[in-house]
Design a protein around this ligand. Structure first.
Ligand code: GDP
Length: 415
């Protein structure tokens, strides 16, 4: 396996209120990234995720702790962030290892209580997010009303990158506000593709209005964009994209996408959005080392940060452990350095050495054995004897302990 350059890695999570479409959207992402061969609707009970569920019950294969997919030459690791409120601690733990997230709300109800909880959690960890308004094909769906709940319930500065063309059963496509092109889907079934067209007349004014907001926001965060605007009276698509990404990372605004995962509408542009607007491991600050004994959060502003870098000593965090018939699979997020099969590594949390047996990258329906992992990667290790969730694995030459999720989150009653 060739090493993937850091700027071509996205470690993302997908979070949603139960039933908003996390499974379906994940499914479609795997479908479009070409890694899934078992496609079906959720209610048919034969989706890849269901398939993995059955496999898990039989105890013979992988879990969806992290699935690797490739889109436009970018490796997208989708890390499972359990959606249900009872899994709050789990959500917490996985949020620490992802660099960005797709936040799904649905087109009828908009932001729901559990979405709020997950949003606040993601805020706490400064996780850059893009928002997907799903289920716009459903009766009663309303993009504008659903988007308004982002302001009402979350109080955020969101910014539409797309507007739907037609809704409910007639959802035909979207207006891409960055390029100012209409993307119209052909076919309703799996594999629906889009082609570009002129923006329909009835949406022209609205699209111009929304693009202006997009432009104003971009100019407010980026001086170079401002200069370009003064020179030319507009900014290029590349500049606009760069500014949106910047706003996404610093949290000043949250890009909004739309469609229906169920009907495969909007998923391809959403994947483009992951690549264009969510950060790679080098776009964001590295992981910090753990607090010293007795040190309070915020007490030491110079606490060491380990930046994403392949040339540094190895450092990674075990974030999930699964048992299957091969033994323990320890899922590790690598922050720095390179580690090869058979290498010794320190478990710096517990203070002992471990030998790395085999390593795997998980795909939707197969596991691929790999010989090394490097900064930015996520992989499952086999053969670790005593490494628990949240433990740091590091090179003996620089035995750092990484910051880990430590505090429980109060469980909020949503009944
Ligand atoms: P999760 O609980 O967030 O994982 O949601 P699922 O992906 O399991 O979806 C919940 C239900 O909504 C399932 O019956 C899906 O078939 C359905 N669903 C998901 N996405 C869409 C969509 O875009 N449109 C419609 N009409 N139904 C959808």
């Amino acid at each position: 396996m060739a090493r993937t350059p850091l700027d071509r890695i996205r470690n993302i999570g997908i979070t949603a209120h139960i039933d908003a479409g996390k499974t379906t959207t994940t499914e479609r992402i795997l479908y479009y990234t070409g890694k899934s061969h078992r496609i079906g609707e959720v209610h048919d009970g034969n989706t890849t995720t269901d398939y993995m569920e059955q496999e898990r019950e039989r105890g013979i294969t992988i879990t969806s702790a992290a699935v690797t997919a490739v889109w436009n030459d970018v490796r997208i690791n989708v890390i499972d962030t359990p959606g249900h409120i009872d899994f709050n601690i789990e959500v917490n733990r996985s949020l620490r290892v992802l660099d960005g997230a797709i936040f799904i709300i649905e087109g009828v109800a908009g932001v729901q209580p559990q979405s709020e909880t997950n949003w606040r959690l993601a805020d706490r960890y400064n996780v850059p997010r893009i928002i997907f308004i799903n289920k716009l094909d459903r009766t009663g769906a309303d993009f504008y009303r659903a988007a308004a709940t982002l302001t009402e319930k979350l109080g955020i500065n969101w910014i539409a990158l797309q507007l739907p063309i037609g809704i409910e059963d007639t959802l035909k496509g979207i207006v891409d506000l960055v390029t100012m092109k209409a993307l119209i889907w052909e076919g309703d079934d799996l594999g629906a593709q889009y082609h570009e067209e002129e923006i329909p007349d009835d949406l022209k004014e609205k699209a111009a209005e929304y693009r202006q907001i997009l432009l104003d926001n971009a100019l407010s965060v980026d001086n170079a964009a401002m200069e370009e605007y003064f020179d030319k009276g507009d900014v290029s698509v590349e500049t606009l994209k760069r500014c949106i990404k910047r706003g996404t990372i610093d949290g000043s605004f949250r890009p909004v996408f739309c469609g229906s995962a169920f009907k495969n509408k909007g998923v391809q542009p959403l994947l483009d959005g992951v690549v264009d607007y969510l950060p790679s491991p080098i776009d964001i600050p590295g992981i910090r080392v753990a607090l010293e004994e007795g040190e309070e959060e915020g007490q030491n502003p110079d606490r060491r940060v380990i930046p994403a870098n392949e040339d540094s000593p190895f450092a990674g965090l075990a974030f999930k452990i699964i048992n299957d018939k091969y033994g323990n699979l320890t899922f590790v997020r690598v922050y720095a350095g390179v580690l090869k099969t058979g290498d010794m590594v320190m478990n710096t949390t517990k203070g002992h050495k471990e030998r790395v047996g085999r390593m795997f990258q998980m795909h939707a329906d197969k596991r691929e054995e790999i010989k090394e992992v490097s900064a930015g990667d996520i992989a499952a290790f086999v053969g670790l004897k005593d490494t628990g969730t949240g433990d740091t694995l590091a090179d003996q030459s620089d035995p750092v302990v990484l910051e880990r999720m430590a505090f429980p989150v109060p469980v909020i009653d949503i009944s």
